[in-house]
Design a protein around this ligand. Structure first.
Ligand code: XMP
Length: 517
């Protein structure tokens, strides 16, 4: 793999994704990994990421110069660029000029291999206080900017290069090309990480792991569990059984969609468990968000356990045993739990994957190495329909955390109707791909006065929460066109009797989370 060394900025995962977009497999490793540990991975190249520290600050993570004895191609970005310069004998200084945001890059001479033929002046995204003022011996300086006398350098003989700017962000329009040139041309790596190769590799691994055993997969209706299930189905065919728990907190049409679309695309054996009553009674009288989440998570596990036992009992008659449980764990979860950064638990996320260990299953996690966009491509490759592959995220606890107040059957119906209208109108306006998601939230304990027809009403408000995001860690509220908002508002207040007011949430994340609970 190409190893992306994480110096603690948010950028390492993004860089890893960009490397993969250049069809080269990459993994993120913490900067605390020693050179020996890095080399154990047999890296095709190493990318040193940006980071918040100053190279000269106390305790700033340095680059061990031994890395440069290993004959591995190295690419430095921002902080990694400076750390690399400093480790190789160049000079990094605090000049007092800072550059943040959009900056003009001036390509020097022919631009070297990385910037050759790019426009002589083009925008890049910078974020630095220190800068490299002298490149190490053997390096050609190929670009400058107003605040960075050395904004890019390369030593193609030793297969080293670096840039002060952030090539991984969309605001650096030639960044991906520069990264690609480093990987393919400087480091000489062949682009082989394609969707077809991912599918082949994963199918082979699953077959090896499961052998002639049997597996169960809990479907949530979301992309991850669907793609994980479809991959395993591709690998072991009808020795996979999928279980879909209908907890009654689903949106309109979701259960039918899973039953129809997923089965049609994969031919998988699907068992649906109707647990609506059970969840409603468990949630009766509960208003606290965390308590709701815990109850939903707990009930989900119980229902799933029972389903697994039932399946087992049935299979046992034929002498089979379900030994494997499929989970849609993604690479970012793996990085985050391995990174041990101790991120605060803002909400106890309930994932369908969060099943108990005493279930006595061996886990099959075919998406462990993949980013979300790769998961979607794999889904398409496996023939899953758009409606599944490009489904917007929907939280495991479902509408249960979008009713502010107690969850009841009647309130669920109200919210489901309002949500269906919002989704219909957003889809009709062609906005599905522009927004990350648009939760509709029912303020069930709030009432306001309205006038409808000739009568006074005393109904509930719903909140529209359209957000744009890259990864749900941060988000901005989406500036939806007024005419679309108007249609949604008019239709909801006309068609959903209990709702007489539609309001728009204009809070970014932070400070507001995407969901209200
Ligand atoms: P928040 O509200 O934390 O949401 O800003 C971030 C993203 O995560 C989704 N979400 C969940 N997904 N189980 C899930 O599978 C959960 O418990 C859960 N809670 C929030 C939310 O819809 C948004 O996309």
């Amino acid at each position: 793999p190409v190893l992306v060394v994480d110096y603690g900025a948010q950028y390492a995962q993004l860089i890893a994704r960009r490397v993969r977009e250049a069809q080269v497999y990459s993994e993120v490793v913490p900067h605390t990994a020693s050179v020996a540990e890095l080399l154990e991975h047999n890296p095709a190249a190493i990318v040193l990421s940006g980071g918040p520290a100053s190279v000269y600050a106390d305790g700033a993570p340095a680059v061990d110069p031994a890395l440069f004895d290993a004959d591995v191609p190295v690419f430095g970005i921002c902080y990694g660029f400076q750390a690399m310069a400093s480790a190789l004998g160049g000079t990094v200084e605090h000049t007092g000029t800072r550059e943040f945001g959009r900056t003009e890059l001036n390509v020097h001479g022919a631009g070297g291999l990385l910037h050759e033929d790019l426009p002589g002046h083009h925008p890049v995204w910078m974020s630095h206080g220190d800068c490299v003022t002298k490149a190490p011996d053997g390096f050609e300086v190929t670009a400058t900017s107003e605040g960075a006398p050395v904004a890019a350098f390369e030593d193609t003989k030793r297969r080293y290069a670096g840039v002060q700017y952030h090539p991984e962000v969309a605001h650096s329009p030639y960044g991906q090309e520069v990264l690609r040139r480093f990987l393919h041309e400087v480091a000489g790596i062949r682009p082989q990480w394609t969707t077809a190769s991912i599918v082949d590799e994963q199918v082979a691994r699953i077959r090896e792991q499961i052998g002639d055993g049997h597996a169960i997969c809990a479907l949530s209706g979301g992309v991850d569990s669907a793609v994980a299930g479809a991959l395993v189905q591709r690998a072991i065919g009808d020795r996979l059984t999928c279980v879909f728990v209908d907890h009654g907190l689903l949106r309109a049409g979701e259960r039918a969609q899973v039953e129809r679309d997923f089965v049609a695309a994969t031919g998988v054996r699907l068992v649906t468990v109707d647990a609506r009553e059970r969840f409603l009674s468990a949630l009766a009288g509960v208003t606290d968000p965390e308590e709701k989440r815990k109850i939903i998570g707990r009930e989900f596990i119980r229902v799933f356990e029972q389903a697994a036992r039932d399946l087992q009992a049935e299979a046992g008659e034929h002498g089979q045993h379900y030994d494997y449980l499929v989970q849609g764990t993604l690479y970012p979860d793996v990085v985050e739990s391995g990174g041990g950064t101790g991120a605060a638990n803002i909400k106890s996320h309930h994932n369908v994957g969060g099943l108990p260990e005493d279930l006595d299953f061996e886990l099959v996690e075919p998406l462990r190495a993949l980013f979300k966009d790769e998961v979607r491509r794999v889904g398409t490759e496996l023939g899953l329909p758009e409606t599944i592959v490009h489904r917007q995220p929907f939280p495991g606890p479902g509408l249960g955390i979008r009713i502010i107040g107690e969850v009841t059957a009647q309130r669920l119906e109200v919210l489901r109707a309002a949500d269906a209208i919002a989704r219909e109108e957003l889809t009709a306006a062609g906005l599905d791909r522009d927004i990350w998601q648009c939760p509709v939230v029912l303020l069930a304990d709030v009432r306001s006065v309205g006038v409808q027809g000739d009568g006074r009403t005393y109904g509930h408000p719903v909140v529209l929460r359209p957000v744009s995001s890259e990864d749900a860690m941060t988000a901005d509220w989406t500036r939806l066109p007024y005419d679309v908002l108007e249609r949604i508002s008019t239709r909801i207040t006309n068609e959903v009797a209990e709702v007489n007011r539609v309001v728009l949430d204009v809070t970014s994340k932070p400070p507001g989370t995407i969901e209200w609970e």
